[in-house]
Design a protein around this ligand. Structure first.
Ligand SMILES: Nc1ncnc2c1ncn2[C@@H]1O[C@H](COP(=O)(O)OS(=O)(=O)O)[C@@H](OP(=O)(O)O)[C@H]1O
Ligand SMILES: Nc1ncnc2c1ncn2[C@@H]1O[C@H](COP(=O)(O)OP(=O)(O)O)[C@@H](O)[C@H]1O
Length: 213
């Protein structure tokens, strides 16, 4: 279902109060995109803890920012300090985490931003839920594919060590499932140098006309 301004709306039967009515605004996303000189979109990075999501997304953001692109990086660790500070790592909490982040990303895309997200987002269903929140072409799933053994060897926060010692429960890849994307829009080899990965992402963004050639 779409609002008059093209915004993808969720099934109104999901609303808690049916008297809430969508209000279209005079300034549209297209107007904002024209002002920015690029389209709004989400690059949704997914991968194991330590796979390189934050590092690659951060390097891409720097490259985009240097080109005058209006960006924002939503990072799992940071978002869990505020918007999602009431959530843990059960399947239900992870689902709610991704739902909230998906809705925030959608608002930012409506604001004409290029949004980069770095969440493990271990379940296909939740990643697809976010894809469905957005319009065709606005959601780019980026799989940072780094083997568990490499992530565990990197272990920058010592979390794998804790999980292996049984001090941390529900840790992704250890005692909580990670479902790799079957057909990601971009499949990155997380063992490659970041300086090789960023140009691959910029190419995809140009091919999809998010940013200018
Ligand atoms: N149990 C468990 N499992 C996985 N990760 C854990 C856990 N506990 C804490 N952490 C830290 O939280 C970061 C992942 O948060 P996310 O919001 O990205 O997770 S999720 O998408 O809701 O699954 C993750 O950050 P990254 O390492 O950057 O991925 C960890 O630092
Ligand atoms: N492509 C890469 N090659 C080598 N090391 C990397 C690469 N990407 C990230 N790292 C390192 O791996 C660790 C985890 O990266 P990080 O971006 O925090 O992962 P994530 O956000 O997926 O948890 C960091 O120490 C980082 O410097």
């Amino acid at each position: 279902m779409a609002a008059p301004d093209g915004t993808v709306l969720q099934d109104s039967s999901l609303l808690k109060d049916e008297n809430v009515v969508w209000h279209p605004h005079a300034v549209t996303r297209a107007d904002r995109e024209k002002q920015h000189g690029h389209r709004g979109a989400v690059l949704w990075f997914t991968g194991l803890s330590g796979s390189g999501k934050s590092t690659v997304a951060g390097a891409l953001e720097q490259a985009l920012h240097a080109q005058g692109i209006s960006t924002y990086l939503l990072d799992g660790d940071n978002v869990r300090h505020g918007l999602c500070r009431d959530l843990g790592f059960t399947d239900d909490d992870r689902r709610e985490n991704i739902r909230r982040v998906g809705e925030v990303a959608k608002l930012m895309v409506d604001a004409g931003q290029v949004v980069l997200t770095a969440f493990i987002s271990p379940h296909r269903a939740e990643r697809d839920m976010v894809r469905d929140l957005l319009e065709e072409g606005q959601f780019i799933e980026v799989f940072v594919d780094t083997p568990l053994a490499i992530c565990e060897a990197r272990d920058p926060k010592g979390l794998y060590k804790k999980a292996r010692a049984g001090e941390l429960k529900n840790f992704t890849g250890i005692d909580s499932e990670y479902q790799p994307p079957e057909t990601p829009d971009v499949h990155l080899d997380g063992e490659q140098l970041v300086t090789y990965l960023v140009p691959q992402l910029l190419d995809v963004m140009r091919q999809r006309a998010i940013i200018n050639p």
